[in-house]
Design a protein. Structure first.
Length: 238
């Protein structure tokens, strides 16, 4: 199992400290609205909504913003229609990108993404041009020192797909439908994950040695990070 994208790690690290707090709030509010629209406004019955609210609390999003986003999703409040779209593309060196967007203006979003990719030698792809390279997974991060032998055994017995041990923080990979079960298992053991989210993991990863191509890819990641409509960027770059 390939490790999840370095971009995902970077995004989490910046998530709570992003100076553009309004953009962060917008992204999370959209995620809350979509989750509530899909499966209702009760976080105890809607795990995706629970995760979105947890993310909101991590960045100190005001409770009234959270409530307003939920009510837009359930239809209790009027608001702009928010779409959830997955764009696909390639960067230089053949690196594949999956770009998850929540937006009220699809034309604006696709224009911003296309600009960031083509500016540095990439291109926007058609549907399923790269999606087949990725698998939908649940991931959780916990401090490695808490991953003691009996907990590891319990996780294996609970059918986790992979445990990726690192020096400080280890990643637990699950089937999407098992993410809530594993989160609950950890919390019952007094282990509170540093992050819990759904992810797209590449089936195989690309390692690049060309410095020029790597610099272009870093610039693409940086520009995509600044697009407010983008909620997640996944790639197969090792």
């Amino acid at each position: 199992m390939s490790g999840h994208s370095k971009w995902a790690t970077t995004k989490r690290q910046k998530f709570a400290t992003d100076a553009k707090r309004a953009a962060v709030f917008t992204r999370i509010a959209n995620a809350i609205t979509i989750a509530a629209r899909k499966k209702g406004g009760n976080p105890d019955m809607n795990f995706s909504l629970r995760l979105a609210i947890d993310h909101a609390k991590e960045v100190n999003m005001p409770k009234e913003n959270i409530d307003r986003a939920m009510k837009r999703g359930t239809g209790e409040l009027a608001g702009e229609h928010i779409e959830e779209i997955m764009y696909e593309g390639f960067g230089p060196g053949g690196v594949a990108f999956l770009i998850e967007v929540t937006t009220n203006n699809k034309n604006r979003s696709v224009s911003d993404i296309k600009h960031a990719l083509t500016k540095y030698g990439g291109n926007l792809g058609s549907a399923n041009s790269v999606r087949w390279m990725f698998e939908r997974r649940g991931i959780l991060g916990i401090p490695t020192h808490l991953l003691i032998d009996d907990l590891t055994l319990e996780l294996i017995e609970a059918d986790v797909l992979d445990i990726q041990k690192e020096n400080d923080e280890s990643t637990i990979v699950t089937a999407p439908e098992d993410l809530q079960k594993i989160k609950n298992l950890l919390e019952k053991r007094g282990v509170h994950p540093a992050f819990t989210e759904f992810d797209y993991l590449p089936q195989t990863s690309i390692t690049l040695d060309d410095k020029t191509i790597k610099e272009k890819l870093e610039k693409i990641f940086s520009e995509l990070e600044d697009v407010p409509d983008i909620t997640h960027v996944y790639s197969n770059l090792a």
